[in-house]
Design a protein around this ligand. Structure first.
Ligand SMILES: [Zn+2]
Length: 261
């Protein structure tokens, strides 16, 4: 028996989430792959996924880039063909509105599609980098990823082959992003976990750090996760592109009714 009946949003839970969002002083969102599904970006794991064709531990490893960059670019080319044309969906847009309403101080994302920034969110911490940029490990120049369309593997002005500006296997998460994410999580009094089960480190530290600081945690996912009922104070079941706009709508009508004398 499933613990949760699929696709039932309890109005009471929704009202609680809106109430908590409306009163929080430092809201933070932690997002993952589920948020970009509606933008046509599949999770590359699983049957028929890109990771079945290309083992990421080989094709997305820093050693592969250093020694056989052409091989790394075989897989990267297919990834970029999917990611670059993708557009933000209603979930990304809802988070932009929450930031503008001063309900969110920042977004910590595990996604590398850059869609939060494309949508217009300003304070975004990208744990794993951004595939919309290329970086030169030789001279640190950065370029838009579209450069690969003209020449693949793409090259820097200095002649070196460019690397997608993401954290490859065998590379460390940038320390500044890690420190800032941890600091945001410790300060947060509300954490929205959306489209991720946050089981992979270091993202998995974020809900725990927040929880230990007494933060209220709202989880939005289509299925229950290891966080549900243990770390999450509230679970809203469903696709993020449906639930996040419902929260925004609730916040807006609450703000309007609070203003009415
Ligand atoms: Zn260079």
């Amino acid at each position: 028996m499933s613990l949760v009946t699929p696709m039932v949003i309890f109005q009471g839970d929704l009202a609680t989430a809106i109430h908590e969002l409306a009163k929080c002083k430092h809201g933070v969102a932690l997002t993952g792959a589920g948020l970009s599904l509606a933008s046509g970006i599949p999770t590359f794991r699983g049957k028929g996924g890109l990771w079945e064709k290309y083992d990421p531990l080989v094709y997305a490893h820093i050693q592969c880039f250093l020694h056989e960059p052409e091989k790394l670019w075989q897989m990267q080319k297919e990834l970029l063909d999917v990611i670059l044309p993708a557009k933000p969906n209603k979930a990304h847009e809802a988070l932009v509105t929450m930031e503008r309403m001063k309900r969110l101080a920042c977004i910590i994302t595990q996604n590398v599609d850059g869609l939060h920034t494309v949508a217009g969110s300003l304070n975004v911490l990208e744990f794993h980098g951004n595939k919309r940029r290329l970086v030169c490990l030789n001279c640190s120049n950065r370029y838009p990823s579209e450069r690969y369309l003209e020449q693949c593997p793409p090259r820097c002005e200095c002649g070196a082959i460019l690397k997608p500006d993401v954290v490859l296997f065998g590379e460390q998460i940038p320390i500044d992003v890690l420190m800032r994410s941890r600091s945001e999580a410790s300060q947060a009094d509300l954490l929205l976990v959306a489209g991720t089960s946050a089981v992979v480190s270091p993202a998995s530290d974020i809900p725990i750090l927040a929880k230990n600081s007494g933060c209220f945690i709202i989880e939005i996912n289509p299925e229950i996760t290891p966080l549900t009922g243990y770390v999450s104070d509230l679970f809203l079941q469903g696709p993020t592109e449906e639930i996040l706009p419902m929260l925004v709508e609730g916040l807006q009508s609450k703000t309007n009714s609070d203003r009415t004398p």
